[in-house]
Design a protein around this ligand. Structure first.
Ligand SMILES: *Cc1c(COP(=O)(O)O)cnc(C)c1O
Length: 220
């Protein structure tokens, strides 16, 4: 068994334990295995071990690895979890099954146009910059609810949930709680939050998916 497959099983067990502790159903939380920087050969054993949902943060890198893997394993689900430029909307809609980083009007418009053109409907999440960090992507928390409504009413996009990346040097709990509150106010029910260092905490705060990279694939 590869190291990554062993670590995948451990992460799965820890998610199941956190679900139980939070009185949630086993299997409630989707594990998005974040495979950025790892090669198709590193990823394949993890797919063969049953993992089906993966996350990548760059359109270009994903385009070089995933079309072949998706042809080999047709039931994979690929999530874009990194910033999207509007000139990459075409490629992103063509490749990804979910785009978690909708965070401004221009991207919403570009995605709406491409989805129509390609007759494809990836699941969409709005990224919220819960820590209002200047260098980080995501919409400001105070604008998030209105932005979700504009995605729906102006651009005709069905937003399924919210996503956040808490500041690296802060307790993530309050950020998870804020995302949960904003999702309730915006009327969406999916929460993508929690990474290698804090996914069990995120499960306690109501995450419906966690994005775990290094705890599965090793350090980058
Ligand atoms: C890289 C990345 C992750 C995974 O981070 P780890 O700490 O390796 O688990 C999760 N979410 C986003 C947006 C990322 O870019």
């Amino acid at each position: 068994m590869s190291d990554a497959v062993q670590r995948l099983q451990q992460v799965r067990e820890r998610i199941a334990a956190a679900e139980k502790e939070a009185a949630r159903q086993t299997g409630d939380v989707i594990l998005v295995a974040v495979s950025k920087t790892f090669s198709a050969d590193d990823i394949r054993p993890v797919i063969e071990a049953g993992q089906r949902t993966f996350g990548e943060n760059r359109v270009q890198e994903a385009t070089s690895k995933w079309p072949a893997l998706k042809a080999e394993f047709p039931d994979l689900e690929l999530h874009l979890i990194g910033p999207l430029q509007s000139n990459k909307a075409k490629e992103a809609v063509a490749l990804f099954d979910a785009i978690e980083t909708v965070d401004r009007e221009k991207i919403a418009a570009a995605l709406a146009a491409e989805m129509k053109k390609q007759a494809k409907a990836p699941k969409l999440y709005v990224q919220v910059n819960t820590g209002s960090e200047p260098q980080k992507a995501g919409i400001e928390p105070r604008e998030a609810v209105a932005f979700v409504a504009r995605c729906r009413d102006v651009h005709g996009l069905a937003i399924e949930g919210l996503m956040c990346i808490p500041p690296a040097d802060e307790n993530p709990g309050p950020h998870f709680a804020l995302l949960e509150k904003l999702a309730r106010e915006a009327g969406v029910d999916k929460l993508s939050m929690g990474m290698s260092g804090d996914y069990e905490l995120a499960v306690r705060f109501g995450a419906t998916s966690v994005r775990v990279g290094s705890a599965i694939f090793g350090s980058r």
